[in-house]
Ligand binder design. Structure first.
Ligand code: ADP
Ligand code: MG
Ligand code: MG
Length: 211
């Protein structure tokens, strides 16, 4: 039930935090071409605090939605930067969309990721092609929605994560239209968007944890 799922979510956040610790230098470097270079440390700090918050909520008997939303609050409160605020929004939207009453079906999961993408677009006011994390997330959502219903959620998620990884790499061709990288936009061309790359890494880590 929802408390067992909450425990899986906390474990997955630990996986994500460990992965982002390994990738922090690479993400920081990507953010240094046109941005301020803090994307790696911000993602590392935010995910570690999110994982800590989730573990405490699980120990207190929280359900899945409350655990995700609480993790999002911890992430945005500690990470700093645009991506920190937006990862708070992502986890909060996922948590509110999931709720605590039941374990989501496969179709529910598709709706949850669609809600997350809609909320992120409303809050961040970026469009696809602006060279942000949306350029990995929106192809992921489309791929997950169109995956055959005969494959398992885990298989569909992993396949959609591969689409997100390719889309994140393709952002190298784009010129940033929003965010801190915009003033130095021409220096960004040829390098992938850090937020799109980290989002693709996180989707892949979640996929590995799904069974
Ligand atoms: P900051 O730019 O404040 O230093 P980070 O370096 O942690 O924050 O994150 C930068 C990333 O945030 C970008 O690579 C991009 O993917 C993402 N981003 C920036 N602005 C937006 C936005 N309006 N909507 C979605 N993602 C955004
Ligand atoms: Mg930055
Ligand atoms: Mg910054």
């Amino acid at each position: 039930e929802s408390r067992a799922l909450a425990s899986n979510i906390a474990a997955s956040l630990d996986t994500i935090a460990a992965m982002l610790r390994d990738k922090a230098a690479e993400l920081g470097k990507l953010d240094s071409y046109a941005g301020d270079g803090d994307h790696g440390v911000g993602m590392q700090r935010g995910s570690e605090n999110a994982a800590d918050a989730a573990r405490k909520l699980v120990a207190d008997g929280a359900g899945a939605g409350t655990t995700l939303a609480g993790a999002g609050e911890a992430w945005s409160a500690t990470a700093g930067g645009t991506s920190g605020a937006l990862w708070g929004v992502i986890l909060n939207a996922a948590g509110h969309s999931m709720g605590d009453s039941s374990v989501p079906s496969r179709q529910d999961v598709v709706e949850i990721v669609q809600n997350v993408a809609d909320t992120l677009q409303q809050v961040g006011a970026a469009a696809e092609g602006d060279k942000t994390m949306l350029d990995a997330l929106l192809p992921f959502v489309r791929a997950l929605s169109s995956e055959s219903e005969t494959s398992t959620l885990a298989a569909a998620w992993r396949s959609a994560s591969t689409v997100a990884a390719h889309a994140a790499e393709k952002t190298a061709e784009l010129s940033p239209k929003i965010g801190r990288a915009r003033p130095l936009a021409e220096k960004s061309v040829g390098h992938a968007d850090p937020g799109a790359v980290s989002l693709a890494y996180i989707l892949a880590a979640i996929g590995e944890d799904l069974s």
